[in-house]
Design a protein around this ligand. Structure first.
Ligand SMILES: [Zn+2]
Length: 117
């Protein structure tokens, strides 16, 4: 679920209320897990209020590469990895999973499902 159609003018509102581009989702889902944002070039996803993302937006270098995900499953399925800054736990999980996967491939062993392929 990618919200690339989100126009630049609504971006600030999306950050504050996290309702765009899916305003019909129940509020509960918006607060507990939120809608995730991602960067199309770096393939990193994170929270909409991520400090790193906000800084990049302030510099004007982020918005045009921005995509939105309904949830983490959608982000992972699209090949994105968690942001180290705003999702450190997820990022650590992702890193150790990837390390295991790389080792297994180097040994020529069974290809683990690591979510990075
Ligand atoms: Zn982040």
């Amino acid at each position: 679920m990618v919200g690339s159609a989100c126009p630049a003018w609504c971006f600030g509102r999306a950050l504050r209320r996290a309702v765009h581009p899916r305003p019909r989702l129940p509020r509960r889902r918006m607060t507990a897990r939120g809608t995730l944002g991602g960067h199309r070039k770096t393939r990193i996803y994170g929270r909409l209020d991520c400090p790193t993302a906000l800084r990049a937006i302030a510099k004007g270098g982020y918005v045009k590469h921005r995509v939105f995900f309904a949830d983490e499953a959608a982000a992972v399925a699209a090949g994105y990895r968690p942001c180290a800054r705003c999702m450190p736990d997820r990022y650590r999980e992702w890193k150790s999973r990837r390390r295991k996967c790389e080792k297994a491939i180097q040994r020529g062993g069974p290809r683990l499902s690591c979510g990075n392929t």
